[in-house]
Ligand binder design. Structure first.
Ligand code: FAD
Length: 449
């Protein structure tokens, strides 16, 4: 049994890599165990390839606008293999950069699946056993499909990234952010998309006004929605497959089916049984505010915990944890309030803080809401009807800004700076005291009254 390390990191995704690098910066001797591609979900089958596909769809949309505005261009379908070659080259460069940085930092990379033998011993696939005073579990999660007959006929978001063309007719099962993002990309790249959601609306937990408008935008773009849909079975049919629902309705025939029906923590094959490390009913490792499990010396970050499943959350948690363990910064904890996030829909939806609904539940009549609906300049020039909707949720007489919700062109890039401001506790008056940048969409935020 090797005892050469101060820290063993299990999983080389967003959280694991961030933790390994930061611990090494603080002088720790680190082993990183990762059987798959470096970068985990985000780099290989999540944020990065997803954003690449979103950008391709966006370029396609801009080509249409360009033609309307007088450019001598023909909107043409995307040649997926060409685009995918660019996408994968970009991802390959990220892998290469990680490899160099791991070498430079002196981190031992072991390309192996890892499992606990006991709470302080990790076993590699070849039988090698490692021990260290500190262990970080960052094994992420995986997509799950509904347990219905024929589910194997569909794919999940991982499979989507293997596609080399847009299917003619696609069914997407799910109503969360991955379903909405994939629907937007596929529709923009030429598929006929139908979304089958169990709930009465899309994007539970996002602001209602914005999700209503986004749903309408998608409908206008040609996406069909089936809400309250209870999938009972998927069956092969001539030319494709059909979805059967609990109310006996049967869908039309689709060429392809994607499930975006949730994700589960990667703990099943981690050997936690003999360790005493506590998990919840869905298999997430339970951690406290310091990302410590109930077993001393064992920590967890990222999607394997119940923290918000976002790359920057996993990274921020891992860096702070390492600052505490190896950098002497005992008070360096992650504040999980007011985490901004962007849904890469078409147009994008960006959000930070409380939705109007949550604010009203918390502050009652003390809530003041400001909205701005407008057509971004490019859409107005090209006479495209799609409008943006920006919304501020404020509380109290001082109108403290507790929520910023943006749907529209460039919302993804606008929000970050305003998220800083919200976190600093700004009021509506602070926004009004800031001179607008004209002509932009962002100026609407400081002009709302
Ligand atoms: C389609 C999609 C789109 C997304 N888009 C965004 C986005 O736009 N923005 C955003 O912030 N987040 C996005 N996310 C979420 C983001 O990818 C995750 O929150 C993030 O990757 C979590 O990081 P992690 O380190 O917890 O896990 P992961 O990145 O999943 O890494 C876990 C790693 O652990 C390894 N592993 C698992 N078990 C073991 C084991 N037993 N031994 C050793 N290694 C193991 C895995 O191989 C994997 O590499 C998206 C996710 C998906 C699925």
């Amino acid at each position: 049994m090797s005892e050469d390390f101060d820290l063993i990191v299990v999983g080389g995704g967003s959280g694991g890599l961030a933790g390994a690098f930061r611990a090494a910066e603080h002088g720790a001797r680190v082993a990183l165990l990762e059987p798959g591609a470096l970068g985990g979900t985000c780099v290989n089958v999540g944020c990065v390839p997803k954003k690449a596909m979103w950008l391709a769809a966006d370029v396609g949309h801009k080509l249409q606008l360009a033609q309307t505005l007088g450019f001598d261009v023909e909107p043409a379908p995307l040649d997926w293999p060409t685009f995918i070659a660019h996408r994968q080259r970009y991802i390959g460069n990220i892998h290469e950069s990680y490899r160099k940085r791991l070498d430079a930092a002196g981190i031992a990379l072991l390309p192996t699946h890892a499992r606990f033998v006991d709470a302080h011993t990790i076993e590699c696939e070849d039988g090698l056993r490692l021990g260290a005073p500190q262990i970080l579990v960052a094994t992420g999660g995986h997509a799950v499909r509904p347990d219905v007959p024929g589910a194997e006929l569909g794919g999940d978001s991982d499979d989507f990234f293997d596609w080399t063309s847009a299917p003619g007719r696609v069914a997407i099962v799910g109503g969360g952010y991955i379903a909405v993002e994939l629907a937007g990309v596929l529709q923009a790249l030429g598929s006929r998309v139908e979304v089958f959601a169990r709930g009465p609306r899309l994007l539970e937990g996002f602001d209602l006004d914005l999700t209503d408008q986004l749903t309408e935008d998608y409908r206008q773009a040609g996406v069909h929605f089936h809400f309250g849909h209870r999938l009972e079975a998927v069956q092969s049919a001539e030319g494709g497959l059909r979805l059967h629902a609990a109310d006996h309705t049967v869908s039309e025939v689709f060429d392809a089916l994607l499930f975006a029906t949730g994700r589960r923590a990667n703990t099943a094959s981690l050997g936690l049984e003999g360790t005493g490390i506590a998990t919840d009913a869905r298999g997430h490792i339970i951690v406290d505010a310091l990302h410590a499990t109930n077993v001393a010396g064992v920590h967890a970050v990222g999607d394997v915990t119940t923290n918000l499943a976002l790359t920057p959350v996993a990274i921020a948690a891992a860096r702070r944890l390492m600052a505490r363990l190896f950098g002497g910064r005992v008070d360096n904890t992650l504040d999980q309030d007011d985490i901004p996030t962007v849904l890469f829909s078409h147009p994008p939806l960006a959000t930070v803080g409380l939705t109007e609904g949550r604010a009203r539940a918390q502050f009652g009549d003390g809530v003041h809401v400001y909205r701005s609906g407008f057509r971004p300049m490019l859409n107005a020039l090209a006479d495209v009807p799609q409008r943006s909707l920006f919304k501020l949720v404020c509380v109290g007489d001082e109108r403290r800004v507790v929520g910023i919700h943006l749907l529209g062109e460039a919302a993804d890039e606008i929000l970050q700076g305003f998220a800083v401001a919200l976190k600093r506790g700004i009021t509506l008056q602070d926004l009004h005291d800031t001179v607008a940048i004209h002509p932009t969409s962002a100026e609407e935020i400081v002009l709302m009254r």
